[in-house]
Structures are given as C-alpha cells and as structure tokens.
Ligand binder design. Structure first.
Ligand code: F6P
Length: 409
C-alpha cells in the first residue's frame, strides 16, 4: 500500500518542471496517497532532511494552477552525483534511514540523464539490500537528450521560446536594409546534443524568412566553412541571423567557446560550462571582416520562459508525473515515465514506463539524417517531429502587469 511518497527536482530547470510535480501530486491524491512530500534542493537537500508537505501549498487549487505557470524548480534543484556503493555506503544508509523515518513508500525524481542516475542507483541499492521503497524517474530536460522517450517535457516550451525570440530578432535585424548587414549569432543551450538549437528552424514561415544557418554539436564545426558562409551571406542579404549550439566543437573536440577562454568550470557530473561560443564567433567575424556583429546568448531565458510555455508540453509534463505515480501503484520500480508518440496528425501520445538502466547517463543525439549539412538547415522530418510539441498556450495569471508565480516560503 502506497501511503506516503516524496518528489524531488534535479538538474537545470525547465519552464514546465513544476507541471511534473503538479502531475505527481494530483495523481497521488486521486489514488488516495495521504502525504506527498517534496524534497527541497533535490537529493542533496533530502540528505539534510530538507522536506516539506506539498499539501501546505497545493490543496488550494489556485496555487496548483499557479504552480503550472511558475518557472524554475519550485522545490529547488541540485546537481549531485550519488557515489558508487563501494565508495560511500554511508550516503545510501542515510537516504534509506530518512525514507524509513518519514515512512516514505516511493520516491519520484524529475530530471535529465544525470538525474536518472540517482533513480538507478537508489533502485539498485534497494534491490541489493531488500529495501521496500520504490523509485521512479519523471523525465525533464530542455536538452531533449533522454533516450527511449519520444521527447522530454521542457523541450517543447524551450523551442517555442527559441523560435519566437529568433522570429523577433530576425525582424529587428532586417530593419536596417541600406547599410551592410549586422551578423547576429544566437547561442542556444543543449550541451552535446543539438535538439534545442534545431528549434531555431521553426521560426521560418509565411511571415519569416528563417535563420540563415544552424550549427549543431552533432557535426564538427569548421571555422573556414563558417567564415566563407558568412561572407557569402553578407554579399547577398540585408540581414544575417545564425543559430549555434553552445556545444559546437571542432574536429579535435575543442569547444568553440574555449577558443575565447579555455578555463572552464566543471559541474558534479563532469560537464564543462559551455557558454560563450556566440561571443567568440561574433568577435572573430567582426575582427576579420569589419562587419557589425552581435552575439545573443539565450542562456537561462530559454528554460525559464513559462510565460510562453507550450500547453502541450505542460500537459505532457503533468501526464508523465501521473504515469510515474500510476506505475508505482502497479508495483514498478527502477523505471522512468516515457512519452510515446502514437500519431502525428492528429498528434497523440501514450505514457509508458521504461527500465532506467537503459536511460540513465545515455545521451540521445539529433539524427544525422534530419540535418541538411550542405545548407546548414533542418530537414522536414525535424519540423514534423517538433511542430506538435510547441502547440497551445496557457495564459499566465497577471498581477501588477506581470505574470504571477508561486514561491516556496
Ligand atoms: O541540462 C540543462 C542545461 O540547461 C543545459 O542545456 C546547459 O548546458 C546546462 O543545463 C547549464 O547548466 P547550469 O545552469 O548549471 O549552468
């Protein structure tokens, strides 16, 4: 019998990560769970018994609706890698001691591939040590690089923001038609997978000429090719807008952002901080051509833009949270909820769960066959994949002219 559960948030936030915990909370309450705890600052906070009762916030339906419209991780997040069992048994003993103390039957964790490692480690430890608790992952990442699931909650909203912003800056950059064009380079997050940068392709439509080139980490970046392309574009166009991924690298694996500054901080999972590629390229082009250049780093704006979140994404984040709870009620553990596309037109999905061992720490890249390498554009296959994910809006609740959020006390 599942009576008490806990949910935590981990890794970089998204515009809809709170909808995932909304889904967990709502489904758990529907199924008769007495207490839904939240861990504050993920597993790192849990180890310090930083635990709250979500009833204190979300029994009130107005707060629940606000939660879905609030960016960032409501509970707080962390980047914390659980050690190998043999390296630090005490951490696991502590986690299970706290789970027992609070009589927690199941633990849910929303996150990307690194965070799913936490679910894998805890489920494996429980299996090896005859622990009764169940562990379930809820997918989340703007990077969209989790395997098995068709796509990840957070991605649709992030590309909706990216494509919208790019449409807007393309109009701005096209304003000055008589002088030589400004070369605008837009840097988009996503680490080693270019999914989020591909979203720039969605800007193209009847009212927008689209970006002039898209550079993804799935292909080696060739500086000479880039310079030649920019020179060709400025010879014929009034505006040049190029989308690049923060993770672009040369054929030797050196990140382009390291051309400017090679001293990079590394997080708990060994990931280098990658920002700065757009500034590096804009400076190179400006120096070598004398053209006016601008670098735009969408940075955290692209994962915090809940005001323009995709309703499809919000609903799927809630749906994944609910599917994870349902699975635990069926006795499942060591799995992650997945979104499986059934149909593209009309777009429909099913929710399933899948073995975490095939998911944790695995990065899914953009299929090479979806990339038009010659023209540095995305092929129709990508557009067909991505378009349904950005559909629909959930109007913010405004206060004093700005979207209102719910903040943990
Ligand atoms: O994994 C999500 C993500 O937003 C990546 O796209 C990005 O590289 C990284 O997190 C940034 O991490 P942080 O906010 O910790 O610098």
């Amino acid at each position: 019998m599942i009576k008490k559960i806990i949910v935590g948030q981990s890794g970089g936030p998204t515009a809809v990560i709170n909808s995932s915990i909304a889904g967990v909370y709502k489904k758990a309450k529907e199924l008769g769970v007495e207490t839904v705890y939240g861990m504050v600052y993920g597993i790192e906070g849990f180890l310090k018994e930083n635990i709250i009762d979500l009833d204190d916030y979300f029994k009130d339906n107005d707060n629940y609706e606000l939660l879905k419209r609030t960016p960032s991780a409501f509970l707080g997040s962390c980047r914390f890698k659980l050690p190998k069992f043999e390296d630090d048994q005490a951490v696991y003993e502590k986690i299970f001691e706290i789970l027992d103390k609070y009589e927690i039957d199941a633990l849910f964790y929303t996150g990307g591939n690194d965070s799913m490692d936490t679910i894998k480690m805890l489920a494996d430890y429980a299996a090896l040590n005859n622990k009764r608790q169940l562990f379930m992952g809820v997918p989340k990442t703007i990077d969209n690089d989790l395997p098995i699931t068709d796509h990840c909650p957070g991605y649709g909203s992030a590309i909706k923001y990216v494509a919208t912003s790019i449409k807007e800056v393309i109009r701005d950059n096209a304003s000055f038609g008589i002088n030589k064009p400004t070369v605008l380079i837009v840097e988009i997050m996503g680490r080693h997978a270019g999914w989020l940068t591909c979203g720039a392709a969605l800007a193209k439509g009847n009212d927008c000429e689209g970006v002039d080139a898209i550079y993804l980490p799935e292909e080696d970046f060739d500086m000479d090719e880039f310079k030649a392309r920019v020179n060709n574009l400025v010879a014929t166009k009034k505006s040049v807008v190029i989308a690049i991924s923060e993770g672009i690298h040369d054929k030797d694996g050196k990140f382009i952002c390291e051309y400017g500054d090679s001293d990079r901080a590394v997080d708990a999972f060994g990931h280098k901080q990658l920002s700065g590629s757009a500034v590096t390229l804009a400076n190179i082009i400006n120096k070598e051509t004398g053209l006016k250049t601008r670098a735009i780093e969408l940075s955290t704006l692209q994962r915090a833009a809940t005001h323009i979140a995709s309703l499809t994404d919000i609903e799927e984040a809630e749906g994944s949270g609910a599917a994870a709870v349902q699975a635990v009620f069926e006795g499942k553990t060591g799995m992650m909820a997945t979104i499986m596309r059934v149909n593209n037109n009309p777009y429909t999905v099913n929710y399933e769960v899948y073995d975490i061992h095939n998911i944790a720490n695995v990065e899914k890249k953009v299929p090479i066959e979806w990339i038009d390498s010659q023209n540095k554009q995305m092929k129709q296959e990508y557009l067909d994949y991505a378009r349904p994910l950005i559909m629909g809006e959930l109007t913010p609740i405004y206060e004093n002219g700005l979207p209102k959020h719910i903040v943990r006390k």
